[in-house]
Design a protein around this ligand. Structure first.
Ligand SMILES: *[C@@H]1O[C@H](CO)[C@@H](O)[C@H](O)[C@H]1NC(C)=O
Ligand SMILES: *[C@@H]1O[C@H](CO)[C@@H](O)[C@H](O)[C@H]1NC(C)=O
Ligand SMILES: *[C@@H]1O[C@H](CO)[C@@H](O)[C@H](O)[C@H]1NC(C)=O
Ligand SMILES: *[C@@H]1O[C@H](CO)[C@@H](O)[C@H](O)[C@H]1NC(C)=O
Length: 430
């Protein structure tokens, strides 16, 4: 008798255990694929959302605070929920606006709903839009293998009108905001699954292959057998700008080319109390942008160091050619030497918090070739940002590609590693 009760109790407990395992499955990490779009050079993430499930493409914006998408055209979902004014969701999103809508009710148009101001960072256009939640589905990973698809039932995002899509790649329906905010994509995904608030970005340089963003803990698998553990990265503190609090800044202390320091006005390298200056990381600019005086110093120093580099090796001099917009420093591609691993040019070193922590830009991140206007040109992939830009150095997409960048928001640090020297590139998933 007693054993029979125990037996039933055991079965009951097993059933409860199985049921709760199904609902509280704990992924170690999550991953999203991303591609590079050839004509706009935007990085595009493919999300799966709504009910019934639909693939929605969004342009990655590292520093934007939240996901926004077009709700005016073709938003159909039975799980769409507007965020009611004064709800916990509005508080989390730090919404201060409470709105009404005079058009017929639909996603993006509901009464008594709080709103945010979605911004298109490519056109610097912003407008008002409804805060809402819907279902998001995403692949999980155990660190080395793709796991099951997990569901975020109430993912918060902002609705935007169709006109805000201007400037985004064809087929894209909004912006994937990865910035430092409580409702950014990484913050919501990691908090839903109790993962540490961090993500690792691997931007592909190849428009035909697929890059990846990992959320949560490493190790990060790029190819079978190739695992990156956090200990194989270099780290630098993530700095914040009170005027642009969702953007990721890092502290570049000096720039070296060919092992010697480029003379620049160092005051420009720190963020002043108006929020100007400093170095930020951006995926919306395809190439690094430098304030004019830094740009001039870096390009002329690079030219001098390249000459020296070639003379030291008894190579014929590289021949400068006319600028190819948007770049200023270009060479005849036939006079730039190359090896199996890439072009032979001096490295550009961004010296960070001390002389031992250096972000090195090797040729694959510093030189660009195959430009439409002059396919034979090889140019330094840096653009003149003019006088008095808000930010002195914006590290753009080209300089980030094929590097594993771990944005550890919880620990306020950025981990980085150049993969090409390991014979690896940012490419995953299929
Ligand atoms: C919002 O409320 C106003 C006033 O009651 C009403 O005219 C309007 O149709 C409502 N809009 C929606 C989208 O329900
Ligand atoms: C999960 O990954 C597989 C394989 O890459 C892919 O086919 C599928 O669409 C992904 N699912 C989601 C929800 O992203
Ligand atoms: C940054 O914020 C401060 C204080 O809010 C303001 O005075 C200043 O003009 C802002 N600077 C920029 C560049 O937005
Ligand atoms: C390269 O240029 C330097 C002057 O900048 C010149 O002295 C040298 O002879 C040139 N070398 C070759 C191989 O053309």
């Amino acid at each position: 008798m007693a054993s029979s009760i125990q037996h039933h109790l055991f079965i009951l407990l097993s059933l409860i255990a199985t049921a709760s395992a199904a609902t509280s499955f704990q992924p170690k990490g999550l991953l999203l694929p991303l591609t590079k779009e050839a004509s706009t050079l935007q990085y595009i993430v493919k999300t799966t959302q709504r009910t019934p499930s639909k693939s929605v493409l969004l342009t990655l914006s590292l520093g934007s605070p939240f996901l926004w998408q077009d709700c005016d055209r073709g938003y159909v979902s039975s799980t769409y929920r507007p965020a009611r004014c004064n709800s916990a969701q509005c508080t989390l999103a730090e919404s201060i606006a409470c709105g009404t809508c005079n058009s017929p009710r639909r996603p993006g148009c509901n009464n008594n709903t709080c709103g945010l101001f979605p911004e298109n960072p490519f056109t610097n256009t912003a407008t008002g839009g409804e805060l809402a939640s819907d279902v998001v589905r995403i692949n999980s990973t155990d660190g080395s293998n793709l796991g099951r698809v997990v569901t975020v039932p109430n993912f918060l995002f902002n609705c935007a009108p169709t006109f805000l899509l201007k400037g985004l790649a064809k087929g894209v329906q909004g912006i994937a905001g990865f910035g430092m905010s409580k409702i950014s994509i990484p913050s919501q995904l990691t908090s839903t699954f109790n993962l540490p608030n961090k993500f690792a970005l691997c931007l592909t340089s190849d428009v035909t292959s697929v890059g990846v963003i990992f959320f949560g803990n490493g190790p990060y698998r790029l190819y079978p057998g190739e695992l990156y553990v956090p200990s194989s990265l270099q780290y630098t503190p993530i700095l914040t700008n009170p005027n642009a609090s969702s953007e990721y800044y890092i502290g570049v202390n000096s720039i070296k080319i060919g092992n010697s320091e480029v003379p620049i006005n160092k005051a420009l390298l720190s963020i002043n109390n108006q929020g100007n200056g400093g170095t930020k990381i951006s995926t919306i600019h395809p190439y690094t942008i430098m304030e004019s005086s830094i740009y001039k110093a870096v390009t002329s120093y690079f030219d001098v160091q390249l000459k020296k580099f070639y003379q030291d090796r008894n190579y014929p001099n590289a021949t400068r050619i006319n600028a190819v917009a948007p770049f200023g420093l270009c060479y005849d591609g036939n006079t730039i030497r190359s090896t199996r691993v890439g072009l032979e040019v001096p490295n550009i070193e961004l010296v960070l918090q001390n002389d031992k922590v250096v972000w090195t830009l090797f040729a694959s991140n510093s030189m660009v070739r195959g430009l439409k206007a002059n396919p034979n040109a090889v140019c330094l992939a840096i653009v003149d940002g003019g006088k008095n830009p808000a930010t002195s150095i914006v590290l753009g997409g080209y300089q980030l590609e094929d590097n594993l960048l771990e944005f550890d928001v919880a620990k306020s640090r950025l981990g980085f590693r150049y993969l090409v020297n390991d014979m690896t590139r940012c490419s995953c998933c299929d």
